[in-house]
Design a protein around this ligand. Structure first.
Ligand code: ZN
Length: 380
């Protein structure tokens, strides 16, 4: 990108800006496009596409803030005064917080209005990384749960746990036969079974011809769709197609793969929206993070996964209930792992871990410890 710009920049162009432009490029993060703007060697910052005008009209520099030892971005608006990038895009906010403490990450999703007290707290939490539980507390519950789902999906992939997922053969009726699908949804209580008629309070029955519950009384016979007030009524897609997308999602297919394998939707964004909704539903069904799991003769699998700049340590029972816990930590050393396991796993449990050296001393906590040699996709 820098090459073509330097070639064309030297042409006499009346529109040529009077200042030096920062080099920029597009970068894709979680399926979204952002601008990455280069400041100098090794330093660039992120922002949303909608701020492209600011990149075009100013020259941006970085400066290091003494207080929290992180870089921020600023520009000169007159000879003497400068303004920081986050201040320019949110002049209406009294105080601005970079949620992940990275002043170079100026994406809207990383910025929020804050108070001085909150901001200091956030600084401290990330500066003294001694207690991981304070960080866990600080993260909102929803964020942690979202991470937990990613963790669980990744973990199931590693250990090959697919006991909960029926095979395609037994499910094909549900996916390809609309009537069978409705029967299944009612049986699994995803749709409410027949209720009293809302007009005459009489008995109703399932009338599959029109996908309704219909009043039995001859002088009433009113019908109510089986999808009333459900997840399925909010979407235009056929309910069995929605289930099929969900099935593929559970089995870790990527959105593009689902899109290719089905003719469900012309737009992959619609599939993406469904997966977002499934994720939300799954989040709502998760048990609290502070769960204590395991016990005598119970196998507990414990694993750690690295996310951007922190670890998630999680444990899952090998029982029907599949009880689990998740903790966000800054590192996975012996001290942290021992403390987490002591807090979340009952003594007497059999713990399965990978070969990571941080899992020492588990016997001293009264656990039986078995190391499995599952190969990780990304050994770190
Ligand atoms: Zn009725």
């Amino acid at each position: 990108m820098s090459n073509w710009r330097s070639k064309f920049e030297n042409f006499e162009n009346p529109d040529k800006p009077k200042h030096k432009l920062n080099i920029y490029c597009l970068i894709k993060i979680n399926f979204k496009l952002f601008l990455e703007v280069k400041i100098k060697e090794n330093i660039s910052f992120l922002t949303d596409l909608k701020h492209f005008n600011l990149i075009k009209n100013y020259t941006w520099h970085s400066y290091k803030h003494k207080k929290d030892n992180t870089y921020y971005i600023s520009t000169n608006i007159t000879n003497k005064s400068t303004i920081s990038f986050h201040r320019m895009i949110h002049s209406e906010w009294k105080m601005i917080d970079h949620i992940n403490r990275n002043g170079l990450d100026n994406r809207e999703c990383n910025l929020r209005e804050t108070t001085k007290k909150e901001n200091n707290l956030n600084c401290k939490l990330y500066k003294n990384n001694t207690s991981d539980f304070r960080i866990t507390k600080y993260r909102t519950s929803v964020q942690t749960k979202q991470l937990a789902i990613d963790f669980k999906l990744k973990h199931d992939k590693i250990t090959g746990n697919r006991n909960d997922t029926p095979n395609l053969n037994s499910l094909q009726k549900i996916f390809f036969d609309e009537k069978e699908c409705i029967k299944f949804l009612i049986k699994e209580k995803l749709l409410k079974p027949s209720e009293k008629c809302q007009f005459c309070n009489g008995e109703t029955y399932l009338y599959l011809k029109y996908n309704v519950f219909r009043c039995k009384k001859n002088d009433c016979k009113k019908m109510v769709t089986v999808f009333k007030n459900t997840f399925f009524s909010q979407h235009r897609l056929k309910y069995n197609d929605i289930l099929l997308i969900g099935y593929f999602w559970i089995n870790k297919l990527r959105i593009q793969q689902i899109h290719k394998m089905t003719d469900i939707s012309r737009l992959s964004t619609r599939i993406r929206n469904f997966i977002r909704d499934f994720r939300r539903l799954a989040i709502n069904s998760l048990t609290p993070e502070n769960e204590i799991i395991g016990g005598s003769k119970i196998i507990v699998e414990i694993d750690e996964s690295l996310f951007d700049n922190f670890w998630i340590v999680g444990g899952i029972e090998r029982t029907k209930k599949r009880k689990m816990f998740f903790v966000v930590v800054d590192n996975r050393n012996t001290e942290a792992l021992t403390r987490i396991i002591k807090l979340h796993v009952k003594p007497g449990s059999t713990i399965y871990t990978d070969a990571w050296c941080g899992y020492q001393n588990l016997e001293s906590l009264g656990m039986k410890h078995i190391r499995t040699n599952h190969s990780k996709p990304n050994p770190r």
